[in-house]
Design a protein around this ligand. Structure first.
Ligand code: PMP
Length: 315
C-alpha cells in the first residue's frame, strides 16, 4: 500500500513524515478518536479528480466528534476545502482514499472524554481495491455480536469501536472467508466489518434500519438513491433475520473502501444462482458511472478537486 505524501496536521499541510503523535496520546491509548473514510475518483478524459460526497462524509465525521464531546472548529465545507488543498499539494491524478481523524490529543493518564484537547489530521493516499473478491465474495456469520448503541454507538465512527470490526474481520479471513456479517445482540443482521449490507428478495432491495447498530453509510445512501432513481426498485429498511440471508436472491455489501461487493456464498450456501445477480451488476454499473462524473443527474455528489485551480490559471 502507498503512503501519503502530505498530511494536514496541527493546522497546516506538512510532509507526511512530519505528522507524528506521541505514544501517550489519549486517542491512541483509549481509542478516543473518530475518523472518516472517503474517496476521490480520477476521470482521465476530463483530467479531473472527483471527491465523492465530501459534505455527507464530513457531516457524519462532525457528528461522530460531537458524540465524543469534541470541539472541532470546522464545518463540512471548511473540511472539504482543506481536503482539496491537501490533495492539490500532492498533485494526485489517480483514485485516492482520504482519511480524516479527530483525536483527544493530550498526553495524560486517565480515561474520560472531558477536559481534553482535540486535534484534527487528514491524509490522502493512492488507493484501489479494498476487497480482492468483489464480484464473488464468500462471507460467514461472525460468532461476535455487533456493539450496541448503549455500549459504543455504531453510528459514530469511533476508533475504539473498530476492535469489534477487527475481531469480526480477522476471524472470517483466518477461516478462509472474504468478509463476515455480524448480528445485533437481538440476533438481527447488522452489517459487515466495515460495510453495510443489502439483500434482494423478489425484486425488492432490503437493508437493516439505522436502529440495528449500523454505521449510516454514505454508500448505503447512494445505493438506495440509485436503486430508486435508476432501477425503479422498492427499497425497504427493516430488520433482517439470519435465515433470510441464506434464502435471498442477491446479497450486496457497500462501503466507501469496498464500494459495491457482490456476495455469492454465505457459510457455503450459494446465494441465488451462486453468481453475481442482475440487480447487483446494474447497481455496480450505475455507481461506477456516478462516481466518475458520467451521470449528470448525480453530479452534485462529485466535488472537482482541480477545477477552480484550472480556472485561476486561465484567468
Ligand atoms: N459500516 C462500518 C462499520 C464501516 O466502517 C463502514 C465504512 N465507513 C461502512 C459501514 C460503510 O460506510 P460508508 O459507505 O460511508 O463508507
Amino acid at each position: 500500500m502507498s503512503i501519503p505524501l502530505h498530511a494536514y496536521f496541527q493546522g497546516k499541510i506538512v510532509p507526511y513524515s512530519e505528522a507524528k503523535i506521541s505514544v501517550l496520546t489519549h486517542g491512541l491509548n483509549y481509542g478516543t478518536a473518530v475518523f472518516g473514510g472517503l474517496r476521490a475518483y480520477w476521470n482521465a478524459e476530463q483530467e479531473e479528480l472527483y471527491l465523492f460526497r465530501p459534505l455527507d462524509h464530513y457531516r457524519r465525521f462532525l457528528n461522530s466528534a460531537k458524540l465524543l464531546r469534541m470541539e472541532i472548529n470546522h464545518t463540512p465545507e471548511s473540511l472539504t476545502q482543506i481536503t482539496i488543498d491537501l490533495i492539490r499539494q500532492s498533485h494526485y491524478r489517480q483514485d485516492i482514499y482520504i482519511r480524516p481523524i479527530a483525536y483527544k490529543a493530550d498526553e495524560v493518564i486517565g480515561v474520560r472524554l472531558h477536559d481534553l484537547r482535540d486535534e484534527l489530521a487528514i491524509v490522502a493516499l493512492p488507493f484501489e481495491r479494498y476487497l480482492k473478491n468483489d464480484t464473488d465474495a464468500h462471507v460467514t456469520f461472525s460468532s461476535w455480536r455487533r456493539i450496541d448503541d448503549n455500549a459504543i454507538p455504531a453510528r459514530g465512527k469511533i476508533s475504539g469501536a473498530y476492535i469489534n470490526s477487527a475481531f469480526i474481520k480477522t476471524d472470517a479471513v483466518l477461516a478462509g472467508f472474504d468478509e463476515a456479517l455480524v448480528l445485533t445482540q437481538e440476533g438481527h443482521v447488522s452489517e459487515g466489518s466495515a460495510m453495510n449490507v443489502f439483500m434482494v428478495k423478489d425484486g425488492v432491495l432490503i437493508t437493516p434500519p439505522i436502529t440495528d447498530n449500523i454505521l449510516e453509510g454514505i454508500t448505503r445512501r447512494t445505493v438506495i438513491e440509485l436503486a430508486q432513481g435508476e432501477l425503479h426498485l422498492t427499497v425497504f429498511e427493516r430488520p433482517i433475520d439470519r435465515t433470510e440471508i441464506y434464502l435471498c436472491d442477491e446479497l450486496i455489501l457497500t462501503g466507501s473502501a469496498a464500494q459495491i461487493v457482490a456476495v455469492t456464498r454465505v457459510d457455503h450456501h450459494p446465494i441465488g444462482s451462486g453468481v453475481m445477480g442482475p440487480i447487483t451488476a446494474a447497481l455496480r454499473e450505475n455507481f461506477e458511472k456516478a462516481i466518475r462524473g458520467h451521470l449528470p443527474k448525480y453530479q452534485h455528489w462529485n466535488t472537482p478537486v482541480y477545477l477552480s485551480e484550472r480556472v485561476m490559471q486561465h484567468n
